[in-house]
Write a protein that binds this ligand. Sequence first.
Ligand SMILES: [Zn+2]
Length: 198
Amino acid sequence: MSNKFQKLIEHFSKLPGIGPRQATRLVLAMLEWPVADLEEFSAMIAGIKNGPTFCKECFNFAEAEKCAICASIKRDQTRIAVVEKVTDLESMEKTGAFNGVYHVLGGAINPANGSLPEKLKIAELVGRIKKLKKLTPDVEVILATNPNTHGETTALYLEEELRPLKVKITRLARGLASGSSVEYADEITLVNALKHRR
Ligand SMILES: [Zn+2]
């Protein structure tokens, strides 16, 4: 295989869940794209780190200081759903059933792979809630971590950390099968889990 394809395949292989075989398929698929799309794609990749990348409030993707959700006056800023990843946020957004805001931790507690509480945006969450509590006593934090071991560990840890702040803490209802994930839950399950949170 030519060098230019080999290099591109290597880059794609660095992405999570992509092996060399899949990377090859991606490159072959892109050969079918119109040149204009390829140019736009490469320009976007080149500029991916220009300007703000993450919301300073919730750590969602953002093109300004705050993401579109945090900046929206239509969203209830006193209801904060704590999720592990941006993809979880996107799955919840797709349901349209949640009118609050989010806080993206950047993963779950998993000491075996070095994901310790200090590496997650937990201090930022505590700071954010303290600030919010000065404005209103009525704050709800919805722990929407994944229903697996690491997600549960994280939720328990957060409950301990947040208890002194005296906010209402709820969890997504058990509609989500244990061992599953927020990201891949189907919409109806996720809507129910939100509706019956406690
Ligand atoms: Zn935000």
